[in-house]
Design a protein around this ligand. Structure first.
Ligand code: ZN
Length: 609
């Protein structure tokens, strides 16, 4: 446990780091005493890598061998310096001969939350776009090598490729220099960690865990956070509910710039008193711990007039109704906090200011990300928002009575949006630092911070995420066999092996709501926390049932997931740091392990050995 004065000193040194070094890649000797996870056993061997710089039409404009630099943690780093860049360079690749494989070879390629690619194709072009690189790494196991490579520097500016041509596979990052919108602001480094040949995704994830803890002083386990914020234990013990109260209709195809005169009417779906009544019924049904995220309460309803919050929608009950819900929910022992959106901005917002709040592209056009209930959703310049209305807005929201873990949409789901408006320019890293400031303010005002996915620049600040990300759903929903999502062969819990005990999570969009047994087993296997978007008669019994199961597993939410192994065909064993294990049986026969019989299509929690 770290005393307040040490924490203050650490905060100061951390601010200095933010100012001079940034968060990613920074390390402070004055960081509070944290349990730093050990680096798994490595098997260093000589390694080479080359920089390939491409210009117009993908032509190579410069290519050279990079100098290996040994790191104290056993990694071997290769750096392309900004001064290495030549005029006309549009993209920078770092390629190594160890990051290659041939069709039909044993092994796999791995990236993101645990997307596994077998070497089974003659031809493949798969790209993880820089906008959705949740963790900047890739990994491979081939007959010759087992390694994980971690990218440092301009973390939001590189894509990740896995390509196969005539059965020859190659994996590499490519920094998209032409699209930064600013001069390149950091050197580009790839660090290779070579593992013993028998290692697999378990050890790869543990390397990433060790690296992340060592390089980001903000990352701490939930257990360490609970020492300073005991109420976080209640959050970990709770199932997550989210209830919207008012919104305008959402037509994803209607890219309209609404005005206050043309926007559709706002409909109330639920009053705050009705929500409170449901919470009381859940309590009566034995659901002891709930964390409710109240949504659709701002002006314009859910995603209606972002980024404006006030004046509140009166339909669901206005400010008095929110206060009754907060106080009434807390009287039940439940956590009641709110949902905010500081990512989008709409033309019908009272804060629109002739579009001055939106991010501009390098060409001066307004950048947008989709269509939501407020119409065409432009990217909000977070830096400008933070320097103008946002701090006051958060403070006013906190006075409504929300407490626990304030949810800010999207911050951990997509890259921070750069802004080239000369009035308030900010590259993606500068916007990232503002996101962190917003999260820290939420900790001060509400007691915690929550967001959507596992974009790991927020890892040290986010207490729960609604889902890790959604590639499982994407693979299921993709229609074209050539779709990126369809190229993934299978999934493993890489994120959970790295960070299960750092942030509360649910594995994917397909493991939310009321689940059939197949999906329930997936939720259990990945150590997920149940979450429901909306409660009512339709899912009341499902919520109660999920609670009853969760009650027996929730103590694992703050435990490190130590390993994940298939111990027999269709049978998976997941071990936790407290000595317990979960065995999931998807085979057609009952399976007995440690004297415990696991029925078909079921799971068992094994006690400490
Ligand atoms: Zn701006």
């Amino acid at each position: 446990m770290v005393g307040p004065s040490v924490r203050t000193a650490w905060r100061l040194s951390f601010c200095m780091l933010v100012l001079f070094g940034g968060v990613a890649g920074a390390y402070s000797a004055e960081a509070p005493a944290r349990a730093l996870p050990p680096m798994p056993t490595l098997a260093p061997r000589p390694i080479t890598a080359r920089a390939v710089m491409r210009g117009e039409k993908n032509a190579i404009v410069k290519e050279f061998d990079l100098v290996p630099v040994a790191r104290a943690d056993g990694g071997v780093a290769f750096t392309v310096k900004r001064s290495d860049l030549v005029p006309g360079v549009m993209a920078v690749e770092v390629r190594s001969p160890i990051a290659t494989a041939k069709k039909d070879e044993a092994g796999f390629a791995l990236s993101q939350r645990g997307l596994v690619f077998d070497f089974n194709k003659d031809s493949l072009v798969w790209m993880a776009h820089r906008g959705w690189i949740y963790m900047p790494y890739y990994a491979m196991k081939t007959p010759r090598d087992t390694f994980i490579a971690i990218m440092e520097g301009m973390r939001f500016e590189h894509d990740l490729f896995l390509k196969a041509e005539n059965g020859d596979y190659a994996m590499y990052p490519s920094w998209n220099i032409a699209e930064i919108g600013f001069p390149p602001y950091e050197d580009m480094t790839v660090i290779f960690y070579r593992l013993p040949q028998e290692a697999d995704y378990n050890e790869m994830a543990k390397v990433y865990r060790s690296y992340k803890f060592a390089h980001d002083p903000a990352v701490r386990t939930l257990k360490e956070r609970i020492k300073e914020r005991p109420e976080l234990q209640t959050l970990a013990d709770s199932i997550a509910l989210r209830q919207s109260h008012a919104s305008k209709p959402w037509d994803p195809k209607n890219k309209t710039d609404f005005t206050p005169e043309t926007e559709p009417p706002i409909r109330t779906h639920r009053t705050y008193d009705e929500t409170l009544s449901y919470l009381k019924q859940l309590k009566e049904a034995g659901v002891e711990n709930v964390a409710l995220c109240v949504a659709g309460w701002q002006t314009g309803g859910y995603d209606g007039r972002c980024p404006a919050t006030f004046p509140l929608e009166e339909g669901p009950g206005g400010e008095a109704g929110i206060r009754r819900l907060c106080e009434g929910g807390r009287a039940l022992g439940y956590i009641i906090d709110g949902h905010s959106n500081y990512t989008d901005c709409f033309t019908c917002s009272p804060l629109w200011d002739n579009g001055n709040i939106a991010c501009l592209s390098p060409k001066g056009t307004r950048e947008f990300n989709g269509v939501w209930s407020g119409g065409k959703a432009y990217n909000l310049c977070l830096k400008n928002a933070w320097e103008t209305f946002l701090p006051g807005d958060l403070e006013k929201i906190s006075k409504l009575g929300f407490r626990g873990c304030h949810y800010v949409d999207v911050f951990s789901a997509v890259q921070p949006y750069r802004c080239c408006n000369p009035q308030h320019p900010a590259n993606k890293k500068e916007q990232m630092l503002v996101q962190i400031e917003v999260a820290k303010r939420c900790h001060e005002l509400f007691g915690g911070f929550a967001s959507e996915c596992c974009m790991d620049h927020m890892l040290g600040y986010v207490d729960y995420i609604n889902y890790v990300c959604a590639p499982m759903r994407a693979k299921r929903q993709a229609k074209s066999p050539k779709a990126y999502a369809k190229q993934v062969d299978r999934f493993v819990p890489f994120f959970e092996l790295a960070f299960h005990d750092v942030v509360l999570s649910n594995p994917d969009k397909i493991t939310q709501e009321v689940l059939d047994q197949d999906h329930n087993l997936l939720l259990v296997e990945y150590g997920g926390r149940p979450i429901f978007y909306g409660i009512g008669k339709g899912n009341f019994n499902g919520v109660v049932k999920a609670w009853q199961q969760f009650k027996g597993l929730r103590h694992l939410m703050t435990e490190e997931m130590v390993s994940h192994r298939e111990i027999a065909p269709g049978v998976v064993r997941v071990d936790y740091a407290n000595g317990e294990a979960i065995v999931v049986n998807r085979s057609a026969q009952p399976f007995t392990v440690d004297g415990v019989m696991v029925p078909v299509k079921d799971f068992k929690l094994l006690g400490k050995r």
